[in-house]
Design a protein around this ligand. Structure first.
Ligand SMILES: [Zn+2]
Length: 270
């Protein structure tokens, strides 16, 4: 028995045996197309990298939109913003290759200054109309306490873009003039939520996610693959099972079909 097996066995013993979750009849399944809208390079790998790895492995086309250059994320006294943004863009591209992401769009806004404003909202609307995702993953803007203004504003901008702006053709009419029709997104998964209600099992894709996380060398403080593997074993012992999961708050926008006529109008029944 390896150390990892021992840690798992002890974790199960403390938890009174491993409980397999019930299958969810409303599970999302694998989206044909998904979009991940995040504030900084590396956000996605930390909060939904396993989900992205799983979707890509199962055949989804996943597109990233990264709003800022992440150009303030350093304590290095020699670093300057342009250089850091270039480093982080390369790190993000490498992470996308590791995960199998189809395309990564960098909007290049300055780190820490994201505003809930018209032009950026229009950029996100247009990208959704171009790539036509079924599912979008973004930040949960409404977590209380610790949050980052870029995460908060990107979450608000993206939710507002999904409903109603992307759906209704008269918002940002330039898109339609350019041949980009309106679009309906069915599901949004909010990451970093304090009240998550939807879980995706990423156990089989956790190591792909780790490869992607390790691409962000400027952001992981010298931690190595072995450090992350040790953290995983500690988590397994703590949680009492060896599933790796990512958790979200789910917003389903799928239109329910109209009720049958007789149910809608009981007097019509004989
Ligand atoms: Zn961030």
């Amino acid at each position: 028995m390896t150390l990892a097996d021992t840690v798992r066995a002890v974790g199960r013993w403390f938890a009174g045996g491993e409980q397999e979750p019930e299958p969810d009849p409303n599970a999302l399944g694998t989206p044909e197309r998904a979009m991940v809208v995040m504030a900084h390079p590396d956000d996605a790998e930390f909060v939904c990298g396993g989900t992205v790895a799983r979707w890509c492995a199962e055949g989804s086309e996943v597109v990233y939109v990264v709003v800022t250059g992440g150009d303030k994320g350093t304590h290095d006294p020699e670093m300057h913003p342009e250089k850091l943004a270039a480093i982080r863009e390369e790190e993000q591209r490498a992470a996308c290759r590791a995960l199998g992401v189809k395309e990564c769009v960098f909007l290049g806004h300055p780190d820490g200054h994201t505003i809930d404003e018209e032009e950026l909202r229009g950029q996100i609307v247009r990208l959704i109309r171009i790539h036509r995702p079924d599912v979008i993953v973004t930040w949960d803007a409404f977590r209380r306490g610790f949050n980052h203004r870029d995460h908060r504003n990107v979450g608000i901008l993206t939710a507002d873009a999904v409903y109603p702006l992307v759906r209704d053709r008269l918002y940002y009419p330039r898109d339609e003039e350019d041949g980009l029709p309106s679009h309906e997104v069915n599901e949004v998964l909010f990451a970093g939520s304090e009240d998550p209600d939807y879980t995706i099992d990423v156990t089989d894709h956790w190591e792909t996610r780790l490869e992607a996380v390790l691409c962000h060398a400027s952001q992981i403080g010298g931690r190595t693959r072995e450090d992350f593997l040790r953290m995983r074993e500690e988590m397994i012992a703590r949680q009492g099972h060896d599933r790796m999961e990512e958790r979200f708050r789910r917003w389903s926008i799928r239109r329910s079909p109209p009720p049958p006529r007789e149910a809608a109008n009981p007097q019509a029944r004989s």
